[in-house]
Ligand binder design. Structure first.
Ligand SMILES: N[C@@H](CCC(=O)N[C@@H](CS)C(=O)NCC(=O)O)C(=O)O
Length: 340
């Protein structure tokens, strides 16, 4: 029994890294159990869907319950621990935070998965690493067998997240553009929403730990194009000593235009086409993203993300909605909320 919050995850899981950095920044006492592919230790409950990270919260009877999905877990932690919040108080900014967090979790992860498994050099690098991360005591021959099995499973799933020969360039160019946008934002204001980190910074950080520190091809691109972003990711890892700062004032929301335009260029048309395809029950869908053909099977979870974003938009007060509409105008994101 421990009073510390426990979670099970893996260093190669972007969402685990998102949450660990957040726990450190928020000074939330925690124990991470490195499990990953090997699953939870004996005695821990299993979540309904086995995803990393898995959090173990105590229910009202003091029993452990397993929870997954970092975005709602972050909101739950805001309720349980009040200091060093990562959710802006201003309603309009809070909405923008959610939108950017969702983009990082659901779109940038396509780049993460693509750069990990699409090129042989990266896949050969990731395979054994993921097994060592789960259990560094395994003998080499077993590592080889497990790495081959796991790599095959993940490479077979590339198509599911939308990485294939048709979509590759769209994913790669979007990563390059994001580096440029982030580089400028970080230099200007430190974090995406101002002088203190928000949940969207942690979401970006999680994916970027892999893209800037693990996958060789993406590391090389980052090194050439945006060393500042790499340095930012290294610092985000542990912001326990961050002294605080201010979130953007309304007059400064304009600094988010380029990032929101990037989201509107890629993630927005994806979400719209994906939701239509999920609804129609199609096996595959085809649309145009960033001027190129995009093709993949529908992804039901991301249709839920879209519905949640629309619900959050509908829940905004009239004032906040006007402010949000003002920032989203012309970015392509307005199409998500029926404003195009
Ligand atoms: N939306 C979830 C996503 C978590 C997720 O997809 N985790 C990945 C690893 S980073 C996973 O566990 N995938 C299951 C698998 O690979 O079998 C979150 O925000 O926590």
């Amino acid at each position: 029994m421990t009073d510390r919050l426990e979670l099970m995850g893996a260093p190669g899981s972007p969402y685990t890294r998102k949450m660990l950095a957040l726990l450190r920044y928020r000074h939330i006492p925690h124990n991470v159990i490195w499990g990953g592919a090997m699953g939870a230790p004996d005695g821990y409950p299993k979540p309904k869907v086995a995803l990393l990270p898995t959090f173990y919260f105590r229910d009202s009877d003091g029993d452990l319950e397993a929870a997954v999905d970092s975005t709602p877990i972050i909101r739950r932690l805001e309720h349980d621990y009040s200091s060093r919040s990562v959710i802006p108080k201003n309603e309009a900014l809070r909405f923008l935070d959610l939108l950017i967090e969702d983009y990082a979790d659901e779109w940038l992860t396509k780049a993460m998965f693509h750069f990990r498994w699409a090129f042989q050099v990266d896949a050969d690098h990731a395979g054994p690493l993921l097994i060592h991360w789960a259990d560094p005591s395994l003998p080499d021959n077993q590592v080889g067998i497990l790495a081959a099995q796991f790599s095959k499973r993940q490479i077979d799933r590339l198509y599911v997240v939308g990485s294939n020969e048709i979509t590759a360039k769209t994913i790669e160019y979007s990563y390059v553009r994001l580096l440029d946008v982030l580089d400028r934002l970080i230099q200007q204001q430190g974090f995406v929403l101002g002088g203190r980190p928000s949940s969207c910074d942690f979401a970006l950080h999680g994916q970027l730990t892999q893209l800037t520190q693990v996958e060789p091809t993406a590391i090389a691109m980052t090194r050439k194009l945006a060393p500042r972003v790499r340095a930012w990711v290294d610092r985000m890892e542990d912001l326990s000593g961050h002294k605080g700062g201010d979130w953007l004032a309304e007059a400064q929301y304009g600094s988010l235009k380029d990032l929101l335009s990037e989201i509107g260029r890629t993630y927005a048309p994806f979400l719209i086409a994906n939701a239509k395809a999920v609804e129609s029950g199609a096996e595959n869908f085809e649309t145009e993203i960033d001027g190129r053909k995009w093709q993949q099977p529908p992804f039901p979870y991301q249709a839920k993300c879209f519905a949640a974003l629309r619900e959050a938009y509908q829940a905004l007060s009239a004032d906040s909605r006007t402010r949000v509409d003002g920032v989203l105008a012309g970015t392509g994101c307005e199409a998500l909320f029926g404003k195009a």
